[in-house]
Design a protein around this ligand. Structure first.
Ligand SMILES: Nc1ccn([C@@H]2O[C@H](COP(=O)(O)OP(=O)(O)OP(=O)(O)O)[C@@H](O)[C@H]2O)c(=O)n1
Ligand SMILES: C[C@](O)(CO)[C@H](O)COP(=O)(O)O
Length: 230
């Protein structure tokens, strides 16, 4: 059944889904690879559409797959599909371009984090609604972290208590994210990085183990197991 988005919602979700998935190994673009018989992108969009505040979803698909992704997602939720770019940042920018100006909050969410639950979208959006410019879900780092030279020599142990592993969806007031992308001179690995460059505050909310990023083959196996727990 096609999800109905909330016409009175204040949130747009931008889904970068145009990556190749090189680290996952040879095959289709990562967002179109299957998890429990469905493309990662379908899992991701279904969960985004289930978040009650979401009014708009824009997906940046591989340029050659725009039409097939439209067809794929039509039964899942009303979604706008645009062509992504060479880098994740380009894909986010392309999707951001078609987000309506009257949406107050934009969440940027990797298709690769396809099991992020609807309540994570809501908690990030709520923190933006409460006044933050930029909000990121984050988890504590559980391993000991070393700084290492290129020859493998350990240079030191980093204080992990001040470190966080950062996920998506990342939430922003729409004008803040637009300004950050317009000003971005360098590539950033996440959107909050571009906002940090503007000198604007970015705050963390608790992340979710279900929001793991499918990057390597082991992650697909983990996600398959997580699906049995959700
Ligand atoms: N040019 C790109 C590159 C990445 N992404 C998206 O950004 C998210 C996070 O990227 P990552 O997990 O690194 O995906 P890939 O770039 O596909 O992975 P790899 O680096 O292994 O090729 C993914 O949903 C991916 O589809 C994108 O929209 N456009
Ligand atoms: C945006 C992100 O998922 C936050 O952790 C991450 O930075 C994407 O990184 P990647 O190198 O594109 O996988």
């Amino acid at each position: 059944m096609t999800a109905q988005l909330n016409a009175r919602g204040d949130v747009a979700v931008v889904v970068p889904a145009a990556g190749a998935g090189v680290r996952l190994g040879p095959g289709a673009p990562k967002a179109l690879r299957l998890l429990d018989g469905e493309p990662l992108l379908v899992h991701a969009v279904r969960r985004a559409a289930a978040a009650p505040s979401v009014r708009v979803i824009v997906v940046a698909a591989p340029a050659a797959e725009v039409e097939s992704v439209r067809v794929l997602l039509a039964p899942i939720a009303p979604v706008t599909v645009v062509a992504g770019g060479a880098e994740r940042q380009d894909s986010v920018a392309a999707a951001l371009d078609v987000v309506p100006d009257d949406v107050g909050i934009v969440l940027v969410h990797d298709a690769a984090r396809c099991l992020a639950p609807a309540d994570l979208f809501e908690s990030v959006a709520a923190a933006v609604r409460d006044g933050a410019d930029a909000v990121i879900p984050a988890l504590p780092v559980v391993d000991t972290i070393k700084q290492v030279a290129t020859d493998g020599t350990v240079l030191g142990t980093v204080d992990r208590s001040v470190l966080r592993a950062v996920q998506t969806p990342q939430g922003f007031r729409l004008p803040v994210l637009r300004a950050a992308h317009a000003a971005a001179a360098d590539l950033h690995t996440d959107d909050a990085g571009a906002v940090e460059k503007l000198g604007r505050p970015v705050v963390c909310v608790p992340g979710s183990d279900f929001a793991l990023k499918i990057t390597r083959p082991l992650d697909l196996a983990l996600a398959t197991h997580l699906l049995t727990l959700a």
